[in-house]
Design a protein around this ligand. Structure first.
Ligand SMILES: *Cc1c(COP(=O)(O)O)cnc(C)c1O
Length: 581
């Protein structure tokens, strides 16, 4: 059904998509979520198409020197090994230039034969001037001008490319984060063209565009919301388009989040709490919540895949059936976990010579190195940490994560973890794995014993790596923010750090100290004793992590919610299916 473009009803736009670990077309959580979304859409045979940029030089390859200073290298990757070029070409106008846009196609196959085609837009064409040929090279590289040009290619070029490819019946355009917001402008222009009207926009046209658009916002962190100064917007988009944007309520800088909010019929945050936080951030817009998930088959380690194949026969097609993990015997879970842990420990020792021990409780912390995630919180009081490991039971900690190329605080954080690692030598084993990507995430989230997360509330919109851990029976020890507010049941799916109602708000240093103390208390009184002295109870927690959290925080449940609440196409899906195929 999906191989006929005019049967496709949903177009999903994302600046980054994690399709394959060897395709550096994603930076972190946002792109991995986009990939998992597409994988589940194809499992569920949702008639969807996706659009992104080619990122021919990728999101960077991370090198770390001995002191933990990050150096970024462009990635050379053979796009033709993964994707097929399409012959269609469209153009976008940038300043006074005409830029030609081509595309590559990759088809993502689902468990039941469904497919979602993904188009990667590419300006590296001989028709273009040299600088324009680099426009689809770097994910989150370059300056504001480069970024705005990329967003024109994604929003306007993407919409035109879909039309050129024959996608003429799309009912919903889903903007995954504000980067794709110029899609609103593209749809407006289509409607204007059909009415042959020029300078002004009738309000009913904006309503008609809004009817088609869905917007997911992903972060309460200001740097996550693209904004462009008025003169830059004017320069790139030109007089006429800026006048149209003005009609959409934009007279100051071009704020992509505002544009997407204004142009969408349905807006959502990515966890219950994030919906509330976003509503306070953008009062005047009703903001719903659809909590993120992970694609369980992608994130289950080989040993857990084999275990589920044995006990939960339909789990690949029906990820919600992970709920039935309550029937999996303890020996099976423990054995699968030991296998995942062995793979991780071998990798850590091979890469870092850290001398990790398979019998020692292993904590994992890996995600984008951003200040609000507070990767060094566990070292707040080194003496207490070492004393706990000495008195209650040994522990070792493995880290991973890239800092955004322009995020000096994030780079300092990685360096600081390296300093602490060296200071702790002989007392506590700490390792930092380089170049965190999907392959490494699979190894880490499955191979540690407990997944640690320490964001500064309310900055963690959702977080998904704890969900990847849960799919592998790994409980979380986390601050109550993002998804963990929903996924946490104390001593059942893991442990909290601090309370839901913050008992120790402000000042910020106070919050760090308070959370660090809470973290040490939990390690000392609950996590370590449970792991070393009550193994059967620890395995029961692993089982509940799979059943309660793996069974719910997956992208199959998430896509069902998008279908029912955001796209509202369930009726049309059956109608289209019967009339056209
Ligand atoms: C899942 C994932 C993330 C997101 O981690 P969070 O803990 O949700 O921030 C980042 N990077 C990679 C490579 C991932 O696989």
């Amino acid at each position: 059904m999906t191989d006929r473009p005019d049967n496709v009803l949903v177009a999903y736009f994302s600046m980054e998509i994690g399709l394959d670990s060897s395709m550096p077309t994603y930076a972190g959580g946002l792109g991995v979520l986009a990939g998992d979304t597409i994988r589940s859409a194809s499992d569920l045979e949702i008639p969807m198409v996706a659009v992104t940029l080619a990122h021919r030089r990728g999101y960077f390859h991370q090198r770390l020197d001995e002191q933990g200073w990050q150096r970024e290298e462009p990635v050379a990757w053979p796009i033709n090994d993964f994707c097929k070029p399409v012959s269609q070409r469209v153009i976008v106008e940038l300043e006074d230039r005409t830029v030609h846009v081509g595309a590559w196609q990759i088809r993502v196959r689902g468990e039941s034969g469904g497919e979602v085609p993904v188009y990667l837009l590419d300006t590296d064409l001989s028709e273009n001037q040299p600088w324009d040929r680099t426009l689809t090279d770097l994910l989150y590289g370059g300056d504001d001008y480069y970024r705005l040009c990329q967003e024109v290619v994604l929003g306007l070029g993407g919409c035109r490319m879909l039309r050129a490819l024959g996608y003429s019946h799309i009912r919903r355009f889903h903007m995954n984060e504000g980067h794709a917001a110029l899609l609103v402008l593209a749809l407006l222009e289509e409607k204007l063209a059909s009415r042959a009207q020029e300078a002004s926009i009738p309000a009913d046209l904006i309503d008609a565009v809004r009817e088609q658009c869905v917007f997911t916002t992903h972060t309460p962190v200001p740097a996550g919301h693209d904004q462009f100064p008025p003169d830059l917007a004017h320069r790139v988009l030109g007089e006429r388009r800026c006048a149209w944007l003005k009609a959409c309520g934009h007279d100051q800088s071009l704020n992509m989040t505002e544009l997407a909010l204004h142009g969408s019929r349905f807006v959502n945050g990515v966890a219950m709490k994030h919906g509330e936080v976003s509503h306070n951030l953008f009062p005047g817009y009703p903001i719903h919540s659809i909590t993120n998930g992970v694609h369980a088959v992608t994130w289950a380690a080989p040993s857990f895949q084999a275990l589920y194949d044995r006990y939960l026969r339909d789990w690949r097609r029906d990820q919600l059936s992970l709920r039935y993990a309550i029937s999996i015997p303890s020996e099976g879970i423990w054995k699968a976990h030991q296998e995942a842990k062995r793979m991780l420990v071998e990798h850590v020792n091979h890469e870092t010579n850290a001398g990790f021990d398979r019998d020692v409780l292993t904590l994992g912390f890996a995600r984008r190195a951003a200040a609000y995630k507070r990767g060094t919180l566990i070292f707040h009081d080194i003496e207490r940490l070492v004393a706990i490991a000495h008195q209650v039971g040994p522990l070792q900690i493995v880290f991973g994560g890239k800092a955004h190329p322009r995020d000096q605080d994030g780079k300092n954080l990685i360096h600081r973890i390296h300093e602490l690692r060296d200071a702790l030598r002989g007392k506590l084993r700490v390792a930092y794995l380089t170049n965190y990507d999907m392959t490494l995430a699979k190894l880490l989230c499955a191979g540690v014993d407990v997944w640690l997360n320490t964001p500064l509330p309310p900055m963690e919109a959702s977080g998904t790596s704890g969900m990847k851990a849960a799919v592998n029976g790994v409980p979380s020890l986390s601050v109550l923010d993002g998804w963990w507010i929903e996924g946490h049941v104390e001593d059942v799916t893991g442990w909290s750090i601090g309370d839901r109602i913050e008992s120790c708000l402000e000042p910020m240093e106070g919050m760090d100290a308070c959370h660090a103390t809470a973290l040490y208390d939990k390690l000392e009184q609950k996590v370590l004793p449970c792991f070393y002295k009550e193994r059967e109870r620890f395995i029961e927690i692993m089982r509940q992590a799979i059943a309660l959290n793996g069974g719910f925080f997956n992208t199959q449940r998430m896509m069902a919610q998008y279908l029912h609440n955001a796209y509202r196409l369930v009726g049309d899906l059956f109608a289209e299916g019967s009339s056209k195929s």
